[in-house]
Design a protein around this ligand. Structure first.
Ligand code: HEC
Ligand code: HEC
Length: 214
């Protein structure tokens, strides 16, 4: 157990140094929490927090793994959840005592992200930054550099484009993902196959972030 912990410290230290430039806004902190959750918790708890991560099958647990999306945890405060994650009053469990390997500040971000697991907001499910890169590579030709619908190809094709930045977002997250995956109308291409479903989620999250929200 000691050896396991020791190795984890090194890995976590390295990981943190790669994301330490994180911005101070609450949303950015959730994104840090998300990256940490995916790197350290999803192995057992699953990316969706429901307890079916790939390692969970190896652990042969009698009582299974806590479902972090259940009311029991979702009704807790960040502070209460933080305590559980840190590992207070806990013996004989396969749940690591994270207190010893991840700084409290970061565990707080993980706890906040756990409470955001049940949110359906796309910006939480996709990675906006990666989405922006994908958009720059594959979408600007028609949608324009800032999603205003003024791309050169749109002009050549004489296609009527949407301007994401002025439009009020009336379509759902699922609809955005659906349109990017399967295409729409005469000119919006289907991207599933060219892009992975992860990349489509990221691109969708970026598109969502462009829409004017008032
Ligand atoms: C090696 C597998 C494993 C990893 C990795 C893991 N957990 Fe757990 N976790 C468990 C198990 C198993 C339980 C069920 C509780 C028990 O058996 O005592 C649990 C329980 C929990 C609980 C509920 C505790 C309670 O008292 O009700 C929370 C909250 C939790 N984990 C959060 C996390 C977070 C956040 C991370 C990442 C920083 C994480 N876990 C990583 C295995 C893991
Ligand atoms: C060849 C030009 C073209 C390219 C390239 C293109 N689109 Fe489109 N896109 C369109 C057109 C045209 C529409 C409007 C379709 C309609 O409503 O009939 C559209 C519509 C959309 C919509 C729906 C907007 C709404 O509010 O209804 C989304 C979302 C979208 N595109 C995302 C993307 C993404 C992400 C990419 C890159 C991966 C991309 N598009 C690349 C032409 C393009």
């Amino acid at each position: 157990m000691f050896r396991f912990t020791y190795r984890l410290v090194i890995v976590v230290g390295f990981f943190l140094s790669t994301i330490s430039a994180s911005d101070a806004t609450a949303k950015e902190n959730l994104l840090v929490g998300k990256r940490m959750f995916n790197a350290y918790c999803s192995l057992c708890h699953g990316e969706d927090g429901m307890g079916k991560g790939p390692l969970s099958k190896k652990l042969k647990l009698k009582n299974g793994i806590a479902n972090l999306t259940s009311d029991k945890y979702q009704s807790m405060s960040v502070q209460e959840l933080l305590r559980l994650i840190q590992g207070y009053n806990r013996e004989n469990t396969r749940m690591p005592k994270w207190e010893t390997v991840i700084p409290e500040r970061n565990l707080r971000e993980v706890a906040a992200y756990v409470l955001a697991l049940t949110q359906t907001d796309l910006r939480m499910r996709g990675d906006v930054r990666r989405g922006r890169e994908i958009f720059r590579q594959s979408c600007v030709a028609c949608h324009g550099p800032r999603g205003e619908g003024n791309g050169v190809l749109a002009a050549i094709l004489q296609t009527k484009m949407v301007n994401y930045t002025t439009k009020k977002l009336i379509i759902s997250d699922e609809a955005i993902i659906g349109i990017i995956s399967e295409g729409k109308g005469e000119m919006m291409p289907p991207w599933l196959g060219t892009l992975s479903s992860e990349e489509i989620k990221d691109a969708a999250a970026y598109v969502r972030s462009l829409y004017n929200k008032d």
